[in-house]
Structures are given as structure tokens and as C-alpha cells.
Design a protein around this ligand. Structure first.
Ligand code: GDP
Ligand code: IMO
Ligand code: MG
Length: 428
């Protein structure tokens, strides 16, 4: 029985929520290792559409423990709101949610600072979710951040808060007192959830419990390996599971990448296969491509094998979950990007330099569409021949198996590929 990382291959919103929810049935613990409530992970449970932001997706399966790691940045107000909303839907938390004492807190001044993104221009305008994520990670790296555990120590928290408010010219005593009291109260409310996550997880693994490490965002939004500076401020890639939870790489057996049958991106930055035309608008309509956190329309384009190969290499992905296959049902022709043209050169690897990426023209291979309904199909054999050819071609181009294919948002609308690495890891 293995511990696996599940993360996004491209620019987020690949359907990680659906896949983590589905596979969490086979593990004991789901642990989030980075990001914050910038994430929006959608799960369909029967006819109910639930969007999770900060709480690990395993919370929707009773008995599963859910961990928020030190690599996550936590807006406590948003956390308490999410807990309350889920409780209203009947989700029970009975000692299932655990939060690292080392996770950093998103403070009100981080949220305000993130709003400046809207006024920025050029390289400075990222198109963030406005949740305070970047400013919170900035303070963490500057060694000024406030950790969850600090909220349980009035003296330490008071000193740290004072430095942070002073630095921002916000140190009027009335303001200090307001923020101080509010966050001490938050600390009191979340105290029952706070633990040493590294210690807990390693002990759990030693005693045979299985862990699913849940990534937010995606490889191309990773601060080191994505389309910098148009990225989020954390390591969404598989290495982040180790640093963001305090577990060694020897504890992880497999990495599953979640990838859409086409590509989307929300926010600014280069996107070589983007379709700024009717076809892109059609994909948006058919795939209902609107942000689960901000409601923004997602930019849409064709599948990009260079991006996927980049993600496979960086994360050591040995299996892929291909989602939203059914969205392509109405496409007469389907394109796969197999290279980029740049200054009369043919590139077969995703470039590291953003200005090169911006100048790249995709080189496409075309395949006939299947023009029939694949929604809800749950076996490979039942797929049209043209659809199977599309799946085979993707595996050939990437050189990695498909362990799972998703044909709809619901749990049962899924093809699990028998005898794949994925089924071996999870013993299913
Ligand atoms: P995440 O951030 O990676 O968890 O993805 P999001 O939840 O932001 O966006 C994925 C959207 O696609 C959600 O609305 C899902 O319900 C939906 N979805 C997931 N898998 C499929 C699928 O195979 N087919 C269709 N049509 N929708 C899907
Ligand atoms: P899930 O987990 C898609 C994008 C934002 C912006 C950039 C930086 O649902 O896949 P941030 O607020 O993180 O500083 O914004 O990252 N972004 C996402 N895009 N899905 C997400 O999460 C995202 N989280 C952040 O749009 O371009
Ligand atoms: Mg999302």
C-alpha cells in the first residue's frame, strides 16, 4: 500500500478535486502541502456541487483524516467559514481536521497588499486571486511571518504583530489591539486542530496508514518550475509535498499527474496553445470553464504535450489522470501540440525563458474527433475507436501511462485503467 502525491500538470483546475475525492476512498489521510484558499477544488457528491478551498478534499469521505501542512498559508477567517459551510452540509469534523503549528497565517495586511495586483501593469500584474497568498509567502521567506503556533503565545504573537504593523505604518495602538485580540481569539478557536504535522504523519506512516498528498494549483504555477513570474508563490510540484509536510521523499511511492484533455489557464501569463477565438469560447462553454474561486472565465486551448512532458520530468510522474475527455465530444477536429516554432527553430522542450515562451507558435498534429457522447462511460472498451486513438496518442507522445480517464464530474463517471501503476499503488 503506497503513499502517493496527486497534483496538477498544467495551470491548475485540472480536476484535482474530483480525482482526490475519488481516490481518497483508498487511503487513511489526505494532506495538503502548499497554497491556500486561492485553490478551488470542485467535487460532485451525488447532485451536490461542493467547492473546497483550504480544507483537504478527503473531508467529504467520513473517517478520513485531513491535514493542512506547514507549507500551506492559512486565512483563519476563511478556514472557519469553510468549516461552518461544510458542517451545514452535514460534513462531520470529529477530530478529522489537523493543522500544522508551523503553517503561516494570512493576515489582513496581506489581503490588502494583494489587492495592489489589480492596479499593477506589465510584469507586475499577475492576475492573482486577491487572497493575500503572495504577500503571506513573502513574509515567510523574509522571516517576518506569523505561524499558527504563535497565536497560542500572546507575548510572541504580540511582538511579531508589532514588527509587522510597524513595517507597514499601521502601528496605532487601537489598530494593534483590534488585530491582536481578533487573532488571539482565532488561536483559541483553532487550538484543538493544531498539531506537529511532521511528527504525526511520520508516525501514521510507520503504523501502516496510507497518505494521499494533495497538491493545489499546478506545475506551471509553481514558483520555481512554472511560467515565472506568472505563478503562485509556493511549490505546487511534488517536492513541495516533502517540504510542506515534513516527510522525506523515501515515504512517497508514486506521483499521479492530473491533466485536462485540453488546456486552461486563469490569470495572466503566456499560454502557447491558447485559442483566443470561437473554438476557445466553445471549449469554455462546453467545459463550463469559470474559476471555482473567483468566477473568472478561464482561458482555453488545445492539449500541449511540451507542458505535460515538462511536468512529468519535474515531478517524476509515472501515471496520469486525464480529465474532461467528454468536453471534446462535439469537436470535429482535435489538435495536439507536439512542438513549438521559435525563430525558425523547432523546440521539443518547454523553454525556461518566459520571453521565448511568449514568442512560440504551437506546432499541431490533428486528429479526427469522435462526435459521440462519452459522458459517463466507465470502461475503455465502451469508448469510440477515435477516442481510444486520442488516448493512445497522448500516452505515446508523453511516454507515461494513463491510470485513469474521467468522463464527467461525478465519481462514477470514471474509467480506472486496470493493472496500471495507479491501481498497483492503491491496491485497487
Ligand atoms: P481543481 O482545481 O483541479 O480541483 O479543478 P476545478 O474544480 O477548479 O475545476 C474542474 C471542473 O471540472 C470542476 O467543475 C469539476 O466538477 C469538473 N470536472 C472534473 N472532471 C470532469 C470531467 O471528466 N468531465 C467534466 N465535464 N467535468 C469535470
Ligand atoms: P486550483 O488548486 C488556477 C493562479 C491565479 C494567478 C496566479 C497567482 O483550484 O487549481 P495567487 O492568488 O495564487 O497569488 O495567484 O495563480 N491560481 C490558480 N489558477 N487554479 C488555482 O488553484 C489557482 N490558484 C492560483 O489565477 O494567475
Ligand atoms: Mg480549481
Amino acid at each position: 500500500m503506497a503513499n502517493i502525491v496527486i497534483l496538477g500538470v498544467k495551470w491548475g483546475d485540472e480536476g484535482k478535486g474530483k480525482i482526490v475525492d475519488l481516490l481518497s476512498e483508498h487511503v487513511d489521510i489526505v494532506a495538503r502541502y502548499q497554497g491556500g484558499h486561492n485553490a478551488g477544488h470542485t467535487v460532485m457528491v451525488d447532485d451536490q456541487r461542493i467547492v473546497l478551498h483550504l480544507i483537504p478534499t478527503g473531508i467529504l469521505r467520513s473517517g478520513k483524516k485531513c491535514i493542512i501542512g506547514n507549507g500551506v498559508v492559512v486565512d483563519i477567517q476563511a478556514l472557519l467559514q469553510e468549516v461552518g459551510d461544510l458542517q451545514k452540509l452535514g460534513v462531520s469534523f470529529e477530530k478529522r481536521l489537523l493543522i500544522s503549528n508551523r503553517a503561516h497565517v494570512i493576515m489582513p495586511y496581506h489581503r490588502r497588499a494583494d489587492q495592489a495586483d489589480k492596479q499593477a501593469s506589465g510584469l507586475q500584474r499577475i492576475g492573482t486571486t486577491g487572497r493575500g497568498i503572495g504577500p503571506a509567502y513573502t513574509d515567510k521567506m523574509a522571516r517576518l511571518g506569523i505561524q499558527i503556533g504563535d497565536l497560542l503565545d500572546e507575548k510572541l504573537f504580540g511582538e511579531k504583530l508589532k514588527i509587522n504593523l510597524d513595517n507597514r505604518g499601521l502601528s496605532q495602538s487601537e489598530h494593534f489591539q483590534q488585530v491582536f485580540s481578533r487573532y488571539i481569539e482565532y488561536g483559541r478557536r483553532i487550538k484543538p486542530y493544531i498539531i506537529d504535522v511532521s511528527y504525526y504523519l511520520n508516525q501514521a506512516i510507520d503504523s501502516g496508514e496510507r497518505v494521499l498528498f494533495e497538491g493545489a494549483q499546478g506545475t506551471m504555477l509553481d514558483v520555481d518550475h512554472g511560467t515565472y513570474p506568472y505563478v503562485t508563490s509556493s511549490n505546487a510540484t511534488a517536492g513541495g509535498a516533502c517540504t510542506g509536510l515534513g516527510v522525506g521523499p523515501t515515504r512517497i511511492e508514486g506521483v499521479l499527474g492530473v491533466v485536462k484533455a485540453y488546456t486552461t489557464r486563469v490569470g495572466n501569463g503566456p499560454f502557447p496553445t491558447e485559442l483566443d477565438n470561437e473554438t476557445g469560447a466553445e471549449l469554455r462553454l462546453l467545459g463550463d470553464e469559470y474559476g471555482a474561486t473567483t468566477g473568472r472565465p478561464r482561458r482555453c486551448g488545445w492539449f500541449d504535450a511540451l507542458v505535460v512532458k515538462h511536468a512529468v520530468r519535474i515531478n517524476g510522474m509515472e501515471s496520469l489522470a486525464l480529465t474532461k475527455l467528454d468536453v471534446l465530444d462535439k469537436c470535429r477536429q482535435i489538435k495536439l501540440c507536439i512542438g513549438y516554432e521559435w525563430q525558425n527553430e523547432r523546440l521539443t522542450q518547454f523553454p525556461g525563458n518566459i520571453s521565448i515562451v511568449e514568442q512560440c507558435q504551437p506546432i499541431y498534429e490533428e486528429m479526427p474527433g469522435w462526435l459521440s457522447d462519452t459522458r459517463g462511460i466507465n470502461s475503455l472498451e465502451a469508448l469510440p475507436a477515435a477516442t481510444r486513438k486520442y488516448l493512445d496518442r497522448i500516452q505515446e507522445l508523453i511516454g507515461v501511462e494513463l491510470g485513469l480517464v474521467s468522463t464527467g464530474p461525478r465519481r462514477e463517471e470514471t474509467i480506472i485503467i486496470k493493472s496500471s501503476k495507479l491501481t498497483n499503488w492503491l491496491n485497487i
